[in-house]
Ligand binder design. Structure first.
Ligand code: NAD
Length: 248
């Protein structure tokens, strides 16, 4: 099935590498104009350039998504230029794992700010024009940690579970304006984020995955592309786990 995107503009955070880069690439291939957001100019610049080199439309915008002022300023600038951002993918995220008694306040706050508060900042910045256009897609990248919990990740699991509550509540608020809001919850996906996991920790995780392997960034990007398309117009307030069966 080919997916329908009719002159749409998408903003993908954390588009410089990993899952965000795969999401940006797949939307770019589908003809969507992609605004690639990342922390550093060089990484989102390279992601946008790759889409353009492949014949698509993309621009780069370096924004620290954990900073409310930066997100508000970037949103204003983008809406001046594009009038409307139709598809918002809140993908940027970080982990700062440790057991609770060793977790610092900075570890807690930075993980909540980057994963969860950033969603609130971007929606505040970009959703109002979606309501006027009566079309919008908001897709938040959560995690199976937010569903199952994970020792050593109280900060991250709280942020990712918070994204699920945020998604369901926002879906109810925006449904009347034909804006859908959904979460995708990846399991263990091969990216820089999981590359820093110790081999012993990975050895413990693989037996918990019925498909007995880690996922690829493209597995997440495929789900996001579907949820962003016209074809997903009757799906809202849902959490889709893409995890090889881990959180069944
Ligand atoms: P990654 O570390 O490879 O990439 C994260 C991206 O987010 C990078 O481009 C980074 O620059 C960007 N980023 C981080 N902080 C930022 C900030 N303050 N401002 C702007 N950009 C920022 O991670 P990934 O594995 O591709 O993960 C993407 C998303 O998927 C994250 O939200 C992550 O929590 C989630 N996730 C990943 C996995 C996995 O197994 N890889 C599993 C579950 C959920």
């Amino acid at each position: 099935m080919s997916l329908t995107f009719d002159n749409k503009v998408a903003l993908v955070t954390g588009a410089g590498r990993g899952i965000g880069r795969a999401i940006a690439d797949s939307l770019g291939k589908a003809g969507v104009t992609v605004i690639c957001v990342s922390y550093s100019e060089s990484s989102c610049g390279a992601a946008a350039q790759a889409i353009v080199d492949a014949g698509g439309k993309a621009v780069a915008k370096a924004v620290d998504v954990s900073d409310v002022t930066s997100v508000a300023k970037a949103s204003e600038e983008l809406l001046d230029e594009y009038e409307n951002v139709d598809i918002l993918v809140n993908n940027a995220g970080i982990t700062k794992d440790s057991l609770l008694f060793r977790m610092t306040e900075e570890d807690w706050t930075s993980v909540i700010d980057t994963n969860l508060n950033s969603c609130f900042y971007w929606v505040k910045g970009l959703a109002r024009p979606m309501t006027r256009k009566r079309w919008g897609r908001i897709i938040n990248i959560s995690s199976v940690s937010g569903i199952m919990g994970n020792a050593g990740q109280t900060n991250y699991a709280a942020a990712k579970a918070g994204m699920i509550g945020f998604t369901k509540s926002l879906a109810k608020e925006l449904a009347g304006r034909n804006i859908t809001v959904n979460c995708v919850a990846p399991g263990f996906i091969k990216t820089d984020m999981t590359a820093k996991m110790a081999e012993a920790a990975l050895d413990k995780v693989l037996p918990m995955i019925p498909l007995k392997r880690m996922g690829e960034s493209s597995d997440i990007a495929n789900m996001v592309a579907y949820l962003a398309s016209e074809e997903a117009n009757y799906i809202t307030g849902q959490v889709f786990t893409v995890d090889g069966g881990m959180a069944m």
